[in-house]
Design a protein around this ligand. Structure first.
Ligand code: AMP
Length: 279
C-alpha cells in the first residue's frame, strides 16, 4: 500500500500500469466498517483501489464542526491496509487549496434543498473536492455511501453534466447492531444521546412498515416519523423529508421510488439517515 500526500506521487503510482482499472473511495477519515465496505466493493470490481483521506474544510459551513471532526490517521491506514487498498492520498489543506485558489463547482437545483438548505456552501465544497479527486486519480469507478443520499445525487449530476469519464456507484448503509447508521460523528455523541440516536432508524423503520402496508400519503408518513423522533428527549428535528431520489423534489403521493431522509440533532451532534422505498 502506497501512501502519499503529493499529487505528482499519486499520479505516478496511478499510471504505473495504464492497463489496470481503478476504483476510488473518497473519505474524510476516522474510518469505520461503512467506509471499509466501500473499499471492499471497489476491491471486487477493480484491479486497484485508491482511497483519499481528507477532512475537506470547504464543505464545513460551521468552523466548530470542522474543529471537532475526529481524526486518527494511523488507525485508518491500518484498516485500509487490512482491506487491501493500494494507494492512499492524505493531502494537506494547502495541497488541495494552494494560495490564490479560486475555482469552485456549483451544482444547482439538487443542492438547494435538504442538506444544501441546512448547510449553505456544503455541496459547493463537496463537488469541488470530488472533482479534484476525480482529476487526480482518474478512476474508472468511484464509490459513495447511500448514507449520504443527496451527495450521491449531486455527484451523479456533476459527473453527467461535466462529462467525467467514470461510473458512480452507490453502496448500502452499514448500521450498528441497534440500527444507528455508522458515522464518524457518532463518537461525539454523549452516552445518553448515543442511546437515543436509534430514533432515526426507528422512525425510518416505522415509515417503511406503514409504506409496505400501503400507506402512500407523504404527509402521513412524515408525521409518523416526526412522532417517533419527538419521543426521544434529546432529539431536535432539522428536517424530515420524502422526495424523488434523483431530483430531491418533495412528494405528496408516493407512486414511485421515494427517498425518506432526515437530519436530527442529538444533543450537539447532527445526524443524518435515510431509506429508499420502492413502490
Ligand atoms: P465520510 O468520511 O463521512 O465523507 O464518508 C466517506 C464515504 O463513506 C461517503 O461516500 C459516505 O457516504 C460513506 N459512508 C459513510 N457512512 C457510511 C455507512 N454507515 N455505510 C456505508 N457508507 C458510508
Amino acid at each position: 500500500m502506497n501512501i502519499y500526500n503529493n499529487i505528482a506521487d499519486i499520479r505516478q503510482s496511478r499510471w504505473a500500469d495504464p492497463q489496470l482499472s481503478w476504483g476510488l473511495v473518497p473519505t474524510m477519515g476516522y474510518l469505520h466498517e461503512g467506509h471499509i465496505s466501500l473499499v471492499e466493493r471497489a476491491r471486487q470490481e477493480n484491479d486497484r483501489v485508491g482511497v483519499s483521506i481528507f477532512v475537506n474544510p470547504t464543505q464545513f459551513n460551521d468552523p466548530k464542526d470542522l474543529a471537532v471532526y475526529p481524526r486518527n490517521l494511523e488507525r485508518d491506514l491500518a484498516m485500509l491496509q487490512a482491506a487491501g487498498a493500494d494507494l492512499i492520498w492524505t493531502p494537506t489543506p494547502e495541497q488541495v487549496y494552494p494560495p490564490e485558489y479560486q475555482t469552485y463547482i456549483t451544482v444547482e437545483t439538487v443542492t438547494q434543498v435538504l442538506e444544501g438548505a441546512a448547510r449553505p456552501g456544503h455541496f459547493r465544497g463537496v463537488a469541488t473536492v470530488v472533482a479534484k479527486l476525480f482529476n487526480v486519480f482518474q478512476p474508472h469507478r468511484a464509490y459513495f455511501g447511500q448514507k449520504d443520499a443527496q451527495q450521491v445525487a449531486v455527484i451523479k449530476r456533476m459527473v453527467q453534466d461535466l462529462n467525467f469519464n467514470l461510473t458512480v456507484i452507490s453502496c448500502p448503509t452499514l448500521r450498528e447492531a441497534d440500527g444507528l447508521a455508522m458515522s464518524s460523528r457518532n463518537v461525539n455523541l454523549t452516552p445518553e444521546a448515543r442511546q437515543q440516536a436509534t430514533c432515526l432508524y426507528q422512525a425510518l423503520s416505522a415509515a417503511k412498515a406503514a409504506f409496505e402496508q400501503g400507506e402512500r400519503s407523504a404527509n402521513h408518513l412524515r408525521q409518523m416519523m416526526t412522532v417517533v423522533i419527538q419521543a426521544a428527549p434529546l432529539a431536535r428535528i432539522d428536517y424530515i423529508s420524502i422526495t424523488h431520489p434523483d431530483t430531491l423534489m418533495e412528494l405528496e403521493t408516493l407512486e414511485q421510488t421515494a427517498l425518506f431522509s432526515m437530519a436530527v440533532f442529538m444533543g450537539k451532534v447532527r445526524l443524518i439517515d435515510n431509506m429508499q422505498m420502492v413502490s
